[in-house]
Every structure is written in structure tokens, then in C-alpha cells.
Design a protein around this ligand. Structure first.
Ligand code: NAD
Length: 351
């Protein structure tokens, strides 16, 4: 078992251990009063796989849980789905001493977390992430929210979980494309924070070492979030590859490329820009390409660069004529560079 503590506005534990989802009752018993109510929220894929185990464990500790499911997929990540969560919380008469459990991938975590952040102006919630992306990234750090028709994650709140239980055994049922998707984010952590992690991803058989991978990624996220809980500086580093990645996702209307695939291509593009400007060590983009290929992730896209560039105009790291770029000095060392948008156009000249 591996364990981490996150010290933000609220301090909480992250447990990484095979089978640990069955400990939810016992661990919640240390946080909530006996007999507390819980609403367990999960999607239509994950609930049939793991819902019963969570319910059994909570009931065995004397909690009164109910289950709520929503159709799997990003399309569900909207306010109408949150309303159903509020309705279930109200039907179960949840009070501020009760809690929500988010059981699933990043979509479930973001939405159940947002419902918890806002129901009764905030109740506690526990994260049980089941996708690789959620285990290494989204379940930690307290960003919750939903999409609007106008864009992704436009409504949300910072609300830290009370506990995160990461059970790597759940990855055995995760479809391979989503596993690769999560690996793109793991490669990103290596790029921005740790050469050692990057080398581990490239050289080792990750399936044999998944707990170590999760631990290292989560520990990197913990460090960043502790320094910048509300995303005003250091936390921006987590957006490496996202400037071009988001632009590509949007240009394909979120259909052709998954988030991880788009971020992977975005990381290669940004590393090339950095190499072109003499900021990034030569050969870095090729190293990232090799890592992405190992996990069957695309490394380039045929979308014309001027279109990608134009689509970065709506980037949330853009402000007026300036844009914040996350650049690498080399693998494992990153920084935020504020540049004029015109400079970004120059840098992409090599792409
Ligand atoms: P997801 O929740 O849609 O999960 C991907 C798919 O895998 C879904 O079909 C889901 O049902 C399925 N699934 C999940 N776990 C499974 C398992 N163990 N077995 C079988 N199927 C399983 O998406 P995701 O990729 O986990 O997360 C993407 C979301 O995370 C996006 O909405 C993104 O905005 C958000 N996100 C949030 C943060 C944050 O800090 N809050 C960070 C990164 C991404």
C-alpha cells in the first residue's frame, strides 16, 4: 500500500492499493459519524462493475448509502445531470454531515465533486477513481465542474475531496484506448517534473509497475497543487501540451481525437517550438514521440498549423495579445513563458 497526504485548504489522504475500494466503509468510518448517509455516483459502465462492492462496504460499516447512475461519456457532463444528483441528495435528505462518493473516471469525479461543492453550499465527497486518467490526475487537486455548450469545464468550483482511494485493479476492465489516454498524461508529468518518471515510462513494462507509476504522478500533482491550489501560477505547468491539444480537440469537435491523444500531439508541437527557439534541448520532441509511440498514441496530425494557431485564441491561458505557454527546458524541467501571440506564430513556423 502507498499513501500520500495532500495539504491544501483541507488536508486529505490518498491511498493507492490493490483492492482498496473495499475499505471505503472502514476508512469513511474514520471521517464521518456512524449512520451517515451517502450518495454513490457512478456512470453506466462503472456502476455494474464496482457499485455493489462500494455499497456492501459502506453498509457493513453502518452507513446508509444510495446509488445514482448516469449515462457514461463526456456528453453527460452538463448541468442537467447535476440537477439529477441534487434531486437524489434531496430525496435521501442528505445534510452537511453526510457525503457523496464519486466512483468512476474523470467525468464522474468532476461532476460528483461539483454536486458536492454546491449542494447545501458544500458537503464532503470521496473520490474512487477507476480510469488511469482519474487515478493519476483528475481525482486529486479539487477541480470540479461541468461543460457548457460553449465549451469544456466552463462552470466549476474548487472543492477538495475528503479522501481518495485509488485501486489499480480497476484498470483491468478499462478499455485500452482509455488506458493509452491516461498514459499521455503520465508522459506529461514526466516531461514537466521528472526525468526519472519519464525514463521509467519509456524503459519499463508499466503494467508490472502500475502502482509506482500512479504514486509518482499523484505525488507530482500533489506538489503542484499544494503550491498553487487555486491555479494562479505553478499549476499552469500541468497544461503542458494543452494549448495545441485543446485547439485540436476543438477543431475536430471533440470527435476525432481523445483528450490524451490531442495532448500528446500538443506536447510534441510545443517541444518542437521550444527547440526552434533554442529554449528546449535539441532532441526533446523526438524523445516525447518515442514515449507516445510506445503507448500507441498519435504523434502528429494533418490539421494545418495556421488553423491550430487560430484555435488557440480561445485558450484560457490567453489574455489579450499575450498567451502563457508551458515550455520545457528539457525532459523533467518546465516553466511558464508569457509571449505575444505573434511570437507563438513565429515559433510554429517550424511545424
Ligand atoms: P470518463 O470518466 O468518461 O472515463 C472514460 C471511459 O472509461 C468512460 O466510458 C467510463 O465509463 C469508462 N471507465 C472508467 N473506468 C472504468 C473501468 N475501471 N472499467 C471500465 N470502464 C471504465 O473520462 P476520463 O478519461 O476518466 O476523464 C476525462 C474527464 O476528466 C474530462 O471531462 C476532463 O475534463 C476531466 N479532467 C479533470 C481534471 C481535474 O483536475 N478535475 C483533470 C483532467 C481531466
Amino acid at each position: 500500500m502507498m499513501e500520500l497526504t495532500v495539504n491544501t485548504s483541507g488536508s486529505y489522504q490518498i491511498i493507492i492499493a490493490r483492492g482498496c475500494m473495499d475499505q471505503i466503509g472502514a476508512r469513511a468510518g474514520k471521517l464521518f459519524k456512524p449512520g451517515a448517509k451517502a450518495v454513490v455516483i457512478s456512470d453506466s459502465n462503472v456502476l455494474p462493475l464496482y457499485g455493489e462492492r462500494i455499497m456492501d462496504s459502506l453498509k457493513a460499516e453502518g452507513f446508509s448509502p444510495s446509488l445514482l447512475s448516469f449515462p457514461a461519456g463526456e456528453e453527460s457532463k452538463r448541468l442537467s445531470c447535476i440537477e439529477k444528483m441534487y434531486a437524489e441528495c434531496a430525496a435521501q435528505k442528505l445534510t452537511r454531515s453526510d457525503f457523496i462518493v464519486a466512483l468512476g473516471g474523470g467525468v464522474t469525479g468532476d461532476m460528483a465533486g461539483f454536486a458536492a461543492a454546491t449542494y447545501l453550499r458544500g458537503i464532503s465527497f470521496i473520490q474512487i477513481p477507476t480510469s488511469l486518467l482519474a487515478q493519476i490526475d483528475s481525482s486529486v487537486g479539487g477541480k470540479t465542474g461541468v461543460d457548457l455548450p460553449q465549451g469544456k469545464n466552463l462552470v466549476g468550483a474548487f472543492h477538495q475531496p475528503a479522501l481518495v482511494l485509488i485501486d489499480p485493479d480497476t484498470l483491468s476492465t478499462l478499455p485500452p484506448r482509455y488506458f493509452s489516454d491516461g498514459m499521455a498524461e503520465a508522459i506529461k508529468y514526466g516531461c514537466i517534473k521528472s526525468r526519472e518518471l519519464f525514463d521509467m515510462i519509456v524503459r519499463e513494462d508499466i503494467s508490472q509497475n502500475i502502482e509506482e507509476l500512479i504514486y509518482r504522478c499523484v505525488d507530482s500533482k500533489r506538489a503542484v497543487v499544494e503550491q498553487d491550489e487555486f491555479d494562479t501560477g505553478e499549476r499552469m505547468l500541468l497544461n503542458f501540451g494543452h494549448t495545441f491539444g485543446h485547439a485540436l480537440e476543438k477543431l475536430y469537435d471533440f470527435k476525432k481525437l481523445s483528450h490524451g491523444e490531442a495532448v500528446g500531439i500538443g506536447m510534441v508541437m510545443m517541444a518542437r517550438c521550444g527547440e526552434n527557439a533554442g529554449i528546449t534541448k535539441a532532441g526533446t520532441a523526438n524523445e516525447i514521440i518515442a514515449a507516445l509511440k510506445k503507448y500507441k498514441l498519435p504523434t502528429r496530425d494533418e490539421m494545418p498549423v495556421d488553423k491550430v494557431l487560430a484555435a488557440t485564441a480561445l485558450d484560457k491561458k490567453s489574455s489579450g495579445s499575450m498567451i502563457s505557454l508551458i515550455m520545457l527546458k528539457e525532459i523533467g524541467e518546465s516553466f511558464v513563458d508569457q509571449v505575444y501571440r505573434g511570437r507563438l506564430a513565429e515559433l510554429t513556423g517550424v511545424l
